[in-house]
Design a protein around this ligand. Structure first.
Ligand SMILES: Nc1nc2c(ncn2[C@@H]2O[C@H](COP(=O)(O)OP(=O)(O)O)[C@@H](O)[C@H]2O)c(=O)[nH]1
Ligand SMILES: [Mg+2]
Length: 454
């Protein structure tokens, strides 16, 4: 399948360097700090994200404990962290979780002077910074940053200001400035969102079904989208793996799926631990998923079940709601194996039952999960059937006198992919229509008109 003429929604797809695993030579030395309530903290993901953002992880401090209001970590651990950071010459501490503005400043005061305190949301913003490659992405990133900064700026102002300002931090010029910039970024994004909505309407008018591919970072979304669009048909394509944050823009391709002409939008991956505000900033992804005629929610079946459950929960609660049906796709079935797939289905069901449908109505839109491998092609036919089944469909038949007008109407219907069958019998032509309801209705009207003209 060929790319849509405006294949890339808002980006030129220039790559961003190469090796995601090895820290760069100029990487900033950092210590990872993690705390968890139940299980001992697993720092695999935060370490990978840190490296992807340009840090070299030179040490780690972790703790099983409830959250400390002052430092996040308990005081003793926070002091260990301070000593370790000094010993290894860390320039940053990367905290696997969110820190309140107060915790960020307290930890910063405790650490050697000049050590940056980077919590998970801030790390994500740093990652995204290298991936913003379009006007929409830039604006979204700016908004997410400003929303992150505002409460921290308020805290900073309150900390070093006179009593007067401390009582009314919103009166501070810097705070007002950030607030104004937030408003202006929101306005700009509203306009972009309106443009996108108008473009979706045009695409639907042209007879396309809109399918969006969403899911956690690295779930296999882009590979699946390329495969469904017929761009990947051999193992070689797997050599060039995408980086987790290769782009912050959505990309749309044409793909015929289950006989339907679709525009398939590949979206930005979700990440666990991002506050709601930050997620809302990335609305081109959320809008594309919510407004799709069918959304594919991709989850990596080869992940450890606990990880899979966590990532699914994060993705589903980020999506919140969809206008149409959503199909859970358990990807990388080849790597998961039969036992892994069974465990993945269980993890999927657990993740769904963790969510409250009142807060995440998307759980009510979910169809049965479909296991696929974009690598060896397993399950792609079943996925195509599931998509065709999920898309809004109407059928109709028309029998009209054959002639120039009928042929023109028929050609219009062919162009929009709604002709399921044609039967010429003597002077008449019988047409079976199936596809998008609005397009089928229009095709039916055109055919009827062709029959009524002399
Ligand atoms: N074994 C296997 N690996 C896959 C499959 N699909 C994607 N991958 C790999 O998973 C990684 C992430 O894929 P990508 O499509 O970039 O994920 P995205 O971040 O969700 O867009 C890459 O290294 C892919 O080669 C699959 O079906 N099987
Ligand atoms: Mg991708």
């Amino acid at each position: 399948m060929s790319r849509d003429h405006d294949a890339t929604d808002d980006a030129d797809e220039s790559g961003r360097g190469s090796d995601a695993d090895a820290p760069a030579a100029d990487a900033t030395p950092a210590v990872v700090a993690a705390r968890a309530d139940g299980e001992p903290p697993d720092t695999t993901e935060i370490r990978e994200l840190a490296v992807a953002a340009g840090y070299a992880v030179v040490g780690e401090v972790s703790q099983r404990r409830r959250e400390d209001p002052t430092y996040g970590l308990g005081r003793g651990k926070a002091e260990d962290l301070m000593r370790l950071a000094a010993d290894v010459g860390a320039e940053a501490v990367i905290y696997d979780g969110g820190l309140s503005p107060g915790q960020t400043f307290s930890l910063g005061d405790l650490l050697p002077t000049g050590t940056a305190v980077i919590d998970r949301p801030r790390l994500a913003l740093e990652l995204f910074a290298g991936a913003a490659d379009s006007r929409a992405a830039d604006r979204q990133l700016e908004l997410a940053r400003l929303r992150y900064e505002l409460p921290r700026l308020r805290e900073a102002v309150a900390r070093d200001a006179s009593e007067d300002v401390r009582l009314r931090p919103e009166g501070d010029g810097r705070v007002r400035d950030v607030e104004r910039r937030i408003e202006s970024a929101e306005r700009a994004l509203d306009e972009i969102a309106d443009d996108r909505a108008a473009r979706r309407a045009e695409r639907r008018d042209a007879g396309f079904d809109l399918v969006a591919v969403a899911g956690y970072a690295d779930a296999g979304k882009s590979t699946l989208a390329r495969r469904l669009a017929g761009e990947v048909d051999d193992e070689e394509a797997f050599a060039a793996a995408d980086r987790p944050f290769e782009t912050l823009s959505t990309t749309t391709r044409r793909a015929t799926i289950g006989g339907r002409r679709t525009l398939l939008t590949d979206t930005v991956g979700f990440l666990d631990g991002l506050p709601h505000e930050a997620l809302r900033s990335f609305r081109t992804t959320l809008d594309a998923v919510r407004a799709a005629d069918c959304a594919l929610l991709v989850a990596d079946a080869s992940d450890d079940p606990a990880d899979l459950r966590r990532k699914l929960r994060a993705s589903l609660s980020a999506v919140e709601a969809t206008d149409g049906p959503a199909i859970p796709v358990l990807s990388k079935a080849d790597a998961a194996g039969a036992d892994g797939l069974a465990a993945a289905v269980e993890a999927y069901e657990d993740a769904v039952s963790d969510l409250d449908p009142r807060e995440s109505p998307v759980v009510d839109a979910l169809r049965a999960p479909v296991p696929v491998s974009a690598r060896d092609g397993t399950g792609l036919a079943a996925l195509a059937d599931a998509v065709a089944d999920a898309l809004p469909t109407a059928t109709a038949t028309a029998e009209v006198p054959n002639g120039g007008d009928a042929q023109a109407a028929l050609s219009w219907a062919y162009d929009r992919g709604v002709v399921a069958g044609v039967d010429y019998a003597g002077e008449t032509v019988a047409v079976d229509l199936a596809g998008r309801p609005d397009v089928v209705a229009e095709a039916e009207r055109r055919l009827a008109d062709s029959g009524s003209s002399p």
